[in-house]
Design a protein around this ligand. Structure first.
Ligand code: G3P
Length: 224
């Protein structure tokens, strides 16, 4: 079963979509947290009370050295929540991932812009790989093709890493990625909204209800 995440810390939206989607948890990044003005010591209890104790939260390190990233990972892992530590798949980040995995701490390699970069992160032991689909697309790189190549590389090398593609701007990108059979995905609120409530569906449903009420009034199906 694919793991669904929301790429947001907007509690109202998380609560809204938790009713209609089997959410595994949320993903965050420093920009998302900074824009919302919320630190993880406030976020984690609020998310847990909203989604339950099984909720997985992906939190990115903000250090720029191997030692700093490893220490952050250890401190985050020591918290009593299901936290996956996000580490940028840079040269320093890859070194940090190797060290962090010696402590068996769950890691997501983030900011992946090529299949080979994702391959290296998988080889270093990352549990999740986050290719940035839309950010690649705007750079003229076919983001979905990179996800596909990375999925092939993970499978043919028998890595345990799960692809968790991120950075989506439209439902076509999402559909094409889902067709690849990725193990996880994270979506921003506006894209989930388009998937759950596409505008073209409402007129059809309204027409059904109008036709029904014309003949049966306020009767429900089982009363007719
Ligand atoms: O969490 C990282 C990723 O989701 C970035 O997305 O929309 O800023 O390209 P975006």
């Amino acid at each position: 079963m694919i793991e669904f995440y929301l790429d947001t810390v907007d509690l109202e939206q998380i609560s809204r979509f938790n009713h209609c989607l089997p959410l595994k948890g949320i993903t965050t990044n420093p920009t998302i947290l900074a824009k919302a003005g919320i630190g993880i010591n406030r976020l984690l209890p609020e998310i847990t009370s909203l989604l339950g104790g099984h909720t997985r939260v992906h939190i990115q390190v903000v250090s720029d050295s191997v030692e700093g990233m490893v220490l952050e990972a250890q401190k985050l892992h020591a918290l009593s929540y299901d936290i996956v530590v996000k580490v940028p798949a840079t040269e320093i980040g890859l070194a940090a991932i190797r060290q962090i995995k010696r402590d068996a701490i769950p890691v997501l390699a983030t900011a992946i812009y090529s299949a080979e970069q994702g391959f290296l992160a998988a080889a270093c032991g990352a549990d999740y790989l986050a290719p940035y689909v839309n950010r690649m697309d705007v750079l003229g790189i076919d983001g979905v093709a990179v996800v596909s190549d990375l999925q092939d590389l993970v499978e043919c090398n028998q890595f345990d890493s799960v692809l968790l593609p991120a950075s989506f701007k439209n439902s076509q990108q999402v559909l094409r990625v889902l067709k690849l059979g990725v193990g996880a995905i994270t979506l921003p609120v506006n894209v989930v909204e388009g998937l759950v409530s596409p505008g073209i569906v409402h007129p059809a449903v309204e027409q059904f209800n109008q036709d029904w009420q014309t003949v049966f009034g306020s009767q429900k199906s089982y009363e007719s």
